[in-house]
Each structure stands twice: as structure tokens, then as C-alpha cells.
Design a protein around this ligand. Structure first.
Ligand code: GH3
Ligand code: MG
Ligand code: MG
Ligand code: MG
Length: 303
């Protein structure tokens, strides 16, 4: 299947101060798409934030907040930044066109609109958006295990750090390292090693299952579990759950010392982010815990 074969039905927000224009666009799109509408710039921003449409058709000239202002505000917030905007306007000069593009518009349709042209341009923008989303997801995913990769972890650590600092909430980090994994590869082969890495990642997803939890492959046979809004006690519960999940999976590791199955060691660190601490220190603290867990005999966690 190629990208162009993907269905391009989407949720589209139509914004125009004239109800008559909204109706024309609604008529052009309703067969293929879910259509929302707003009759003012402020209402458009409200709906965009609440409903996160796939695409916005935006009238340039409106009383109050005009299309350019709406577009600029959409670009300011992370949730709405990547929603493509097609400007719909009676203005036709090159200056108007460049102004719309400079404000962040993906495309430009002049009034009076033609229904077939609107449908075609909408389809194009939805396809481009879908490709961009898929590429971004790919760039943030570890190819072997399907969990987040190191880049995704670094990004999320940064945003969650700032979010928790604002909200004065704790966050926790568990660094997970598979025990005696070199021996595992030597004994069972690298492909079996890869399969076990996938299972270990699955166990981590089961242990840290809230939507805001992030399991990431930190590197090699090392993983990071980021737990926003979770205290030290909560993180210990996740660590215990991971030990139990792996025990239940009972992946044989005959080359390792007892218990003769695949186990992990973990370091846990928790903090309420603030001015006197940094995300780097959180990672260092978890790493120190991991070192202690290894020294204590593995298959355990240390804080
Ligand atoms: P320890 O209990 O002290 O952590 O010992 P260890 O053997 O797990 O640690 P070490 O760092 O010596 O070895 C890590 C091993 O992980 C070596 C490396 O080949 C293996 N490894 C790293 N990435 C992958 C991978 O993607 N697939 C496979 N199969 N093995 C990997
Ligand atoms: Mg208007
Ligand atoms: Mg390691
Ligand atoms: Mg290891």
C-alpha cells in the first residue's frame, strides 16, 4: 500500500463569519469528512483546541479576530501547531497570498469557491499531514521493540520536566538494564536476544500502563521508564510490577546464575522539578541506583 492509497477522511473545521459561506463549504465536504464550523476567530480557536481537527479552512477577513491572527495563535500552542490551515479569501493579490503563507497557511483558495477544487485541496493537505505524522512517529520509535526511542525520551523528559515544575508535581524515572544479557546473546544467539528485548519492552509497557507513562529504549539493552506525576512510592510499585511481569513471562536464561531466567536491574529516582535541580541530575540519580542494584546481586531495584 502506498501513502496515496490511504483513506483521507478527516475532521475539518470550517471558519467563516458568513453562515452562507460555511454552508457552501459544508456542502462540499460533508460526504467525505466530519465537518465542524465556527463563525468567528475566537470560536475557531476554542473548537480547534477542544476538538483538534485534522485541517482548518479559514476565512482571512472576519470582524474581530481575523484569519491571520487565528493562524498565528494556532502556531503558538504545541497541540494546534501542526494542524494545516487552508486560507479561504476573496483577496487575490500576491501580497495577500504571501501574507497568508507567512502566517503559516499550508494552502490558499480564493472565493468564490468551487466545490471540487475545495475537495481536492483538502484531500492533498490531509494526505501531506498524514505522511508528516507517520514520519514523525517513525522518527520517535525504536524499530526493534516498538517503544519510544532515545530521541523521544529526551523530548518528553524535557517537556514533562517543565510541566511538573509548573504544577509542582513529582516525577519519577526508572532506568532498567537487562541482567547478564551478553551471556544471553552468547548462549542463545543474537536473534533470540532481540526477541527477548521485545518481550522485556512488553513487560515494561504492562508495568507502566498509564497514558502519560513513557517506556523508551535508552540504548542497547537499557530502557528508561518515565513516570510524570508519580512519587517515589508510585515508582517502586511500577518497579515491583515489572519484576513480577518478567517472573510471569519466565524467559529461560540458563547461562545466568539463579533464578536462571531473564531478569532486570533498576535504578529509581524521583524529584519535584525546580530551580535547584535538573533533568540531567534525575538521570544521574537513577543511574547510580541502577549501579547499586547490580552490585546488590541484580533482579532488584535501588533508589
Ligand atoms: P549486566 O548484568 O552487568 O548488565 O551484564 P550485561 O551482560 O547485560 O551487560 P553488558 O553491558 O556487558 O552487555 C550488554 C549486552 O547487550 C551486550 C550487547 O551485545 C547486548 N545488546 C545490546 N543491544 C542489543 C540488541 O539490540 N540486540 C541484542 N541481541 N543484544 C544487544
Ligand atoms: Mg469573511
Ligand atoms: Mg547495560
Ligand atoms: Mg545488562
Amino acid at each position: 500500500m502506498s501513502w496515496t492509497d490511504l483513506a483521507v477522511n478527516g475532521r475539518i473545521l470550517v471558519v467563516d463569519d458568513a453562515m452562507e459561506n460555511v454552508q457552501i463549504l459544508y456542502g462540499a465536504l460533508q460526504d467525505e469528512h466530519e465537518v465542524l464550523f465556527a463563525l468567528s476567530g475566537d470560536k475557531a480557536l476554542e473548537i480547534a483546541r477542544a476538538q483538534l481537527p485534522d485541517l482548518i479552512l479559514l476565512d482571512a477577513m472576519m470582524p474581530g479576530k481575523d484569519g491571520y491572527a487565528v493562524c498565528a495563535e494556532l502556531r503558538q500552542a504545541a497541540e494546534t501547531r501542526d494542524i494545516p490551515v487552508i486560507f479561504i479569501t476573496a483577496l487575490k493579490s500576491p501580497e495577500d497570498e504571501t501574507r497568508a503563507l507567512a502566517a503559516g497557511a499550508a494552502d490558499f483558495i480564493t472565493k468564490p469557491v468551487n466545490a471540487a477544487v475545495v475537495r481536492a485541496r483538502v484531500r492533498t493537505q490531509l494526505t501531506v499531514k498524514r505522511q508528516a505524522d507517520a514520519l514523525r512517529a517513525l522518527s520517535l520509535t525504536d524499530g526493534l521493540t516498538g517503544v519510544a526511542n532515545r530521541r523521544a525520551f529526551d523530548e518528553r523528559l524535557d517537556t514533562e520536566w517543565r510541566r511538573c515544575a509548573r504544577a509542582r508535581q513529582p516525577m519519577s524515572l526508572i532506568l532498567v538494564d537487562i541482567d547478564h544479557f551478553k551471556l544471553y546473546n552468547d548462549h542463545y544467539g543474537h536473534q533470540a536476544g532481540d526477541a527477548s528485548l521485545k518481550l522485556a519492552a512488553k513487560a515494561m509497557r504492562l508495568a507502566a500502563g498509564r497514558p502519560q507513562d513513557l517506556v523508551a529504549r535508552y540504548g542497547g539493552e537499557e530502557f528508561a521508564v518515565l513516570l510524570p506525576q508519580v512519587s517515589a512510592q508510585g515508582a517502586e510499585r511500577v518497579a515491583l510490577k515489572l519484576l513480577a511481569e518478567l517472573e510471569a513471562m519466565a524467559i529461560p536464561h540458563e547461562a545466568a546464575p539463579p533464578p536462571g531466567r531473564l531478569t532486570v536491574s533498576m535504578g529509581i529516582a524521583s524529584v519535584v522539578p525546580g530551580q535547584h535541580s535538573s533533568a540531567v541530575e534525575l538521570v544521574q540519580a537513577a543511574d547510580a541506583g541502577l549501579y547499586d542494584a547490580k552490585a546488590a546481586g541484580r533482579n532488584c531495584y535501588r533508589t
